[in-house]
Ligand binder design. Structure first.
Ligand code: ADP
Ligand code: MG
Length: 450
């Protein structure tokens, strides 16, 4: 089901975080936002796992559920619970090291061992306190009463994150964004943790200093033997720091593997699309540019089957048609937009009439052409059968018969919206969940090499 690491420091199993959606004065639950919907992975000692995906796909929710800033809805987060710790499951099947069931005392110990770094470094620094005392405060909370000793430890740490011991007595506002992130890192390190979650730690920083902070993270991680969950929406950042990478889409992990493997041989179209967004130094070596249109759909009402099918450039064609892949994608998008009521021929008619000196010239033909253009449907589809259905649908639309248009367009279906993809194992812990990777390639050829 997922690549299992021997003696992992962290094992996440089928983790879910659903936010209830309530209505009315009785706050009746009417639905749920499935922000994280069953993710599983391991992190080995000293390893950095990247969690990557667009904004809104559930990365931060995963992080805060793992570190227990929020309560998970379901699943396990087993920390330090491998054989190494000599711990096995309780009689009832629960695990003694499951963070989601820790009591206050266990949680306090966990909060020492596991630290978090956020996108905005100011969020962990009190503007009214010197940065030194902000960092030293944690030592006091965890029982170090010797003030001089605290100061020594913090001064040393400030130097190790590339600052100066004298900065101890300065205030947060005296520092740049990059320096503040260094201080936040010192604060995360002061209790000598084993595990750090870094949620977009360089996204808010000036591009010119990102590389410095990433290389600092790399050095510190090695020096302290840290394990890390590194969250980013940016594949090029992930490549700098991560040993392995998990690609997340709409609450699920769609691909996971060694960073080199995933970058050189991506198996999921979503991963391909994220990779193609990375600027390349040599434009001639550029792979096909795949544009990810729109945004991540709402987790309240996620698409059926493969959740990525509404945006996937590789969405599988039904056997009845033979279209260019691009047109097939366009047809399905058109179908979905008409179905959701977003296509309004009347407003197109009015808009065209406004632009035109002779509004009477805006006939049905013009509307249909406009729709084809807007939805990238070509003047005529290559497949005559598909073209004839599309024509009927466009006629119906221009005529205001929306139901008829919907009925015509519902002829276009894809296996991707019906079947939930299972994980395919590509070896070496490289897994992906895409219908096209099914072993018996009943849905056409496997992903083409580029
Ligand atoms: P990311 O960090 O990948 O950008 P988030 O974890 O912040 O994504 O959000 C994932 C999804 O969960 C989004 O659709 C977001 O709107 C939703 N979400 C986050 N927090 C809450 C909350 N407290 N209540 C309801 N929905 C939430
Ligand atoms: Mg986030």
């Amino acid at each position: 089901m997922f690549p299992v690491t021997e003696d992992p420091i962290l094992s996440v199993r089928n983790l879910k975080k659903h936010y209830p959606i309530t209505q009315g004065i009785l706050s009746r639950q009417v639905g749920a936002a499935k922000a994280v919907d069953g993710i599983s992975f391991d992190i080995a000692e000293g390893e950095t796992l990247g969690l990557v995906g667009e904004s809104g796909c559930g990365k931060s929710t995963a992080a805060s559920s793992i570190i227990r800033l929020e309560e998970a809805t379901e699943g396990e987060v087993i920390f330090n619970g491998g054989d190494r710790a000599g711990r096995s499951r309780n009689g009832d099947g629960s695990h003694p090291n499951d963070v989601t069931t820790f009591d206050d005392e266990e949680l306090k110990a966990f909060r020492r061992d596991a630290q978090m770094i956020f996108q905005d470094p100011s969020s962990s620094l009190d503007p009214r306190m010197t940065v030194g005392s902000s960092v030293a405060e944690l030592l006091l909370v965890h029982g170090m009463t010797d003030k001089q000793r605290r100061r020594e430890i913090v001064e040393d740490l400030l130097e190790r994150v590339g600052l100066e011991a004298e900065y101890y007595d300065r205030y947060p506002h005296e520092f740049s964004g990059g320096q503040k992130q260094r201080i936040a890192l010192a604060r995360a390190l002061v209790l000598n943790p084993e595990f750090i979650v870094a949620d977009e730690p360089v996204s808010a920083l000036d591009v010119s200093i990102r590389a410095e902070i990433l290389s600092l993270l790399n050095d510190i991680q090695e020096e302290f033997g840290l394990s890390m969950l590194f969250i980013s929406h940016d594949m090029s950042v992930v490549r700098e720091v991560c040993d392995r990478v998990a690609v997340m889409y709409l609450g699920e992990i769609v691909e996971i593997g060694d960073t080199d493997e995933v970058f050189s041989n991506p198996q999921h179209p979503y991963t391909e699309a994220l990779l193609s967004a990375i600027p390349r130094p040599d434009p001639s070596a550029q792979r096909e540019n795949i544009e990810l249109k729109g945004t991540v759909p709402s987790p309240t009402n996620p698409p059926s089957g493969c959740k990525f099918h509404t945006r996937c450039h590789m969405v599988i064609q039904s056997d009845e048609f033979d279209l260019e892949q691009e047109r097939w994608r366009a047809l399905l998008t058109f179908r979905d937009r008409v179905r959701s009521g977003e296509v309004d021929p009347e407003s197109i008619r009015e808009a065209l009439a406004l632009e035109n000196d002779d509004p009477s010239s805006i006939d049905d033909e013009t509307i249909k052409q406009e729709l084809r253009m807007e939805f990238d449907l070509a003047e005529e589809l290559y497949d005559p059968e598909a073209e004839s259905i599309l024509q009927d649908a466009l006629d119906a639309l221009a005529d205001g018969r929306i139901e008829d248009a919907n009925e015509q367009l519902s002829t276009f279906t894809t296996p991707c919206e019906k079947e939930v993809p299972q994980e395919t194992d590509h070896g070496n812990g490289h897994l992906s969940s895409c219908l096209r990777n099914k072993p018996e390639t009943e849905h056409g050829a496997p992903l083409a090499d580029d």
